[in-house]
Design a protein. Structure first.
Length: 95
């Protein structure tokens, strides 16, 4: 992804908004690591509410890729996304 920092942050914000539009709460957390296991970003449902937990220590591009994969799985509505985000979708849907 050869975008500047501001563009990446804008795309990340747009993805978070798209998730919230689908009633998915996105939480960016510091995921603690200890010896013996690896913590990763993920998705879960608690008491009927959907959450996506994103490791805030990941580079912005990895957070974008993770959220894109999660939202593509939900079949996001193309009419809700910006042109810059649309350009990223073919890369994700092919992987």
């Amino acid at each position: 992804m050869s975008l500047g920092k501001k563009e990446k942050e804008a795309i990340l914000s747009e993805l978070i908004q798209l998730a919230e539009n689908q009633k998915i709460e996105v939480r960016t957390e510091k995921l603690l690591r200890e010896a013996g296991y690896r913590v990763r970003s993920g998705r879960c449902r608690v008491n009927g509410r959907d959450f996506i937990i994103v490791d805030r220590d990941q580079p912005v591009t990895e957070r974008i890729d993770f959220l894109l994969h999660q939202l593509v799985a939900d079949r996001i509505n193309p009419e809700e996304i910006s042109d810059s985000l649309k350009r990223l979708l073919p890369k994700i849907t092919q992987s």
